[in-house]
Design a protein around this ligand. Sequence first.
Ligand code: GTB
Length: 217
Amino acid sequence: MTRVPTITAFETSPDRGRGLARDMPVRWALEEVGQPYEVRLVSFAAMKQAAHMALHPFGQIPTYEEGSLTLFESGAIVLHVAQTHAGLLPAEAAARTRAVGWMFAALNTVEPPIVERSMAAVFERNKPWYAERLPMLDGRVRERLGQLSDRLGEADWLDGDFSAGDLMMVGVLRRMEGTGLLEPYPRLLAYIARAVARPAYRRAFAAQLAVFEASGG
Ligand code: GTB
């Protein structure tokens, strides 16, 4: 059993506890493998101060401290958790590598158009070009969702059993909830529903929601 790690999370999350901030995949991974953890909450101001910048060069959450090991980047943290505990990566070498490949696909292929669309919806909503740009951004998201849905097919998970690849992918897909972009893909909706019904997800979600509620909601 690993020494109890400490992660950082928003003191007051802008997502109002909906599990969209990136401490969520880390919490979820730790819950999946049964690794207890501690959480240090940080304000936006504290994230930019020297003590936190020493842990995270970009002044963000999440970070992960475990003894002398310090990590940043949610994907790297989830990979570390998955590599050091049973439950999130297959034992067989090729399947294990494919699951890591799905983590990269989530973060490097599916997420970029999703983040670009999310950012535009927040920061460009009142700009004169927004109405013209949105269909293009939606189109890029739809392309990836359609391809992902086709690959998933009727399977429960992307490649065999639930893995860290699914965990990262579902975190990425959830960012499109409420946009209407997921609805044309019932297989993806069912995939997300299966993932968020997992007891480990429910525990992680409840923990980050409790932080938001304690902050005054
Ligand atoms: N690539 C890094 C990782 O995966 O760890 C990205 C980390 C990151 O974006 N952290 C954000 C942060 O610390 C919080 S999660 N931002 C503060 C800053 O940069 O000053 C991103 C996030 C924030 C809010 C929502 N939301 O409200 O829905 C969703 C996602």
